[in-house]
Design a protein around this ligand. Structure first.
Ligand code: 3PG
Length: 210
């Protein structure tokens, strides 16, 4: 399996679904439903006890998916998720230890930033694609517009509080490469194994213009 850069991962589709998987039995059908709708890059957050097993299962069973890991908080998380097969990593903030561990594991990273100082620190480490988090709470589209000129050369994946209605305004910005969000896999639909709804939401997300 060839390695992808984080930019390549982010360009697979306009939206990266952020997934919180509580029930391991739902992991594979959920991934299949998202891939069927055209979303291949999947962020499995490390927020549940089954997250690493979910990554392993999806990697094995859904080869079309590009499985990533989210909510990386420390170096141990990076090592464990790389072993589980995660091909990219997402963190809520910028941590030198997490980035060092990801370099060692050859895991492309999408670290979170919320200020120009954090974005500059990430750029100093050679990163040019960053998660803007939490997007809506930090001024959303207005903030990214204000960053475009001084932080030229940086591209963002805004995440946090975005939905299908608000995504287009982000995707229309020149410094936005894709958006992240959990709306594509609503808890209720996943609990009910309503994979048709998940695929429909994924298709809608996939059709948003970047
Ligand atoms: C998260 O970390 O949960 C992501 O930012 C997703 O946020 P959302 O649920 O607001 O889309």
């Amino acid at each position: 399996m060839s390695a992808m850069t984080i930019e390549e991962v982010c360009r697979l589709a306009p939206v990266v679904p952020v997934l919180v998987i509580d029930d391991l039995d739902k992991a594979v059908p959920l991934a299949e439903a998202l891939v069927a709708g055209g979303l291949r890059a999947l962020e499995i957050t490390l927020r549940t006890p089954v997250a690493l097993d979910a990554i392993r299962m999806i990697v094995d069973a859904v080869p079309e998916a590009v499985v990533g890991v989210g909510t990386l908080m420390n170096a141990g998380d990076v090592v464990a998720s790389a072993r589980a097969g995660a091909r990219f990593g997402v963190s809520p903030g910028l941590s030198a230890r997490v980035l060092d561990a990801a370099n060692d594991a050859k895991m492309p990273m999408l670290p979170g930033v919320a200020t120009p100082s954090e974005a500059m620190a990430a750029a100093e480490r050679g990163l040019s694609v960053l998660k803007f988090f939490p997007a809506e709470a930090n001024g959303g589209v207005s903030t990214l517009k204000a960053w475009a000129s001084p932080l030229a050369g940086l591209k963002f994946c805004p995440t946090g509080g975005i939905n299908v209605t608000t995504a287009p305004a982000y995707l229309g910005l020149p410094n936005v490469i894709c958006v992240g969000g959990s709306w594509i896999a609503p808890k209720q639909a996943v609990e009910a194994c309503d994979w048709k709804t998940v695929t429909r939401l994924a298709s809608e997300a996939c059709a948003l213009n970047v």
